[in-house]
Ligand binder design. Structure first.
Ligand code: APR
Length: 318
């Protein structure tokens, strides 16, 4: 039987997710949005490209949670995006309310789904979603690390003139300005980036600039667009997670996952490498961090914790 993916939020990311899932023929797609016309219109538009792109999945749009029932995967982008000058944290109050409605909507209709959250501020919203929905923690995960890592790898490839396929790296921690690029685990064409710095192939200052640009990668796009935030790369990253779950690929992917003592962090969601397979988050991969990476990771965790404390002030039920 074909699998079913529900996309809650049919805006910029939701529409792009639907299109990518269709092009991969990955699963039937239900686009859900409070603005039902947007969901229906996009579903129909993409469906009309099926003869050209030769896919067979079904697409539909709705504002009724009944139509989303028994979904295998749910990807959530419901919420408002940033405006120029805003941080992701500025979205907290409004997106928290929206995520509570979404949790109510999905918890009885698709209790066995693997849920991927993209709505910002990511780490706190995914944590709230897990609490509001009561879904198992291994089945609720946030998309951020793949995107941040992808941005970092792209910038490195541009700087070093090396194809992205030859660069391995990832970015961990919270999905905000305190995210941590793992330089100790970054390899370019098999060579450690730290050795490239030693050999003078890239200056330490230039590498630091690339790390900073990665941290502000989303804001740079918000500034260009003037209206809305990034959607192509976030959608591609979300599909990577859904595919690893549906096909049991057991890929190691950096995602916002619930930490229960791993990385010296307890009772908090944050970006770490995880294995995603048919049981959801099957494993949290613990890497050896350098003392600098450890310190930066801790700082990042502290800012996620602070923001979650702010969320608890807004909604004491959390
Ligand atoms: N239920 C379902 N859909 C909702 C709800 C709700 N309660 N509230 C809002 N929406 C819908 C909006 O109608 C809109 O179509 O969510 C959609 C969001 O789409 P966009 O405004 O285009 O935002 P997008 O760029 O897709 O980003 C969504 O992801 O990366 C984050 O920061 C980003 O939080 C933002 C989210």
């Amino acid at each position: 039987m074909r699998k079913k993916i529900t996309l809650i939020g049919a805006g910029q990311i939701g529409g792009t997710l639907a299109h990518l899932i269709a092009l991969k023929d990955l699963a039937d797609v239900v686009l859900f949005d409070v603005a039902s016309g947007i969901a229906k219109g996009k579903a129909l538009d993409i469906a009309q490209s099926s003869p050209v792109n030769k896919f067979n999945i079904k697409l539909s749009g709705t504002d009724n949670y009944e139509d989303t029932k028994n979904s295998d995967v749910i990807i959530i982008t419901a919420g408002v995006p940033r405006k120029p000058g805003m941080t992701r944290d500025d979205l907290l109050g409004i997106n928290l309310k929206i995520i509570k409605q979404v949790a109510e909507g999905i918890k009885n209709t698709s209790p066995n789904a693997f849920v991927i959250c993209i709505t910002n501020p990511l780490d706190v919203i995914v944590m709230a979603l897990q609490k509001y929905s009561g879904f198992p923690k291994n089945k609720v995960v946030g998309m951020a690390g793949i995107l941040d890592s992808s941005r970092f790898i792209y910038f490195l490839s541009q700087e070093l003139n090396i194809p992205v396929q030859k660069i391995d790296s990832f970015v961990l921690g919270g999905h905000g300005d305190s995210m941590v690029a793992m330089l100790g685990s970054t390899k370019v064409d098999g060579k450690k980036i730290t050795d490239l710095v030693k050999d003078g192939k890239i200056k330490k200052e230039r590498l630091n600039e690339i790390v900073e640009r990665t941290k502000k990668g989303g804001a740079e796009i918000v500034k260009h667009l003037e209206k809305g935030s990034a959607f192509y790369a976030p959608a591609a990253s979300g599909v990577e997670m859904a595919e690893s779950y549906l096909k049991d690929l057991k890929k190691q992917l950096p995602c916002a996952a619930f930490l229960n003592g791993e990385y010296d962090t307890k009772d908090l969601y944050a970006g770490v490498p995880v294995i995603i397979g048919s049981n959801g988050v099957e494993k949290i991969v613990e890497l050896n961090l350098s003392s600098e990476e450890k310190e930066n990771f801790k700082k990042s965790i502290n800012s996620v914790q602070e923001l979650f404390n702010a969320a608890k002030k807004i909604d004491p039920s959390l």
